[in-house]
Ligand binder design. Sequence first.
Ligand code: URA
Length: 234
Amino acid sequence: MIRLDRYLAQSGLYSRSEASKAIRRGAVTVDGAVIRDPSSKVDEGAVSVTADGKKIPWARVVWVMLNKPAGTVSTTDPDPRSVLALLPPEYRRMGLFPCGRLDVDTTGLLLLTNDGEAAHRLLSPKKHCEKTYRFTCLPITEEQRERLEAGVELGDFETQPASVRLDAPDDREHGEITVTEGKFHQIKRMFQAVGSEILTLERVRFAGLNLDPALRRGEWRLLNDEEAAGLGSE
Ligand code: URA
């Protein structure tokens, strides 16, 4: 069961507030009866909903976890390098889009969904959603590592405190960094700002989900209900 305003918003034809307004003004019917309460629950698989005289089919919410290969682009544009080209055509038709962006050469965990509201919430800077990346870099000193953790000035903003762990005390080139922001080229710019350079970058954790080790590069799977609920999809 799902709220009627959410059913309409999920179609992509209305925003949540437009949906509420349409319902309140009596423009929405469920199985032929006008319903004026946006919070009333409908059985998404078994009702016939119309809004402003048009039938609104149920658009199933889908979340996909993709292990993004290098050379693919986080875009919905018709580009043969788009991450969407890795999904079967029926998924491409569901209005999926990447939840955030990874650079063309960055690999690893990328979520795709057609739940615009949940994606928007996850990507909101206020949410401080954690992202963890495995990196290789030009060797960093302990002082550089501490500067990355404390926050670095990137010109247009200063990064929030981060966690930077190297794989071993004598390994200055491999490790994991966790940040709570997602600015453009953020990790690469952070390493540059302290005089190092990122050589490879792989996202291994996002919003409480680990990259599924069973997925090889370019492979994907649907999230299960529990995983999707944890991301705020109702
Ligand atoms: N930071 C970057 O620099 N690149 C990414 O793809 C993700 C985070």
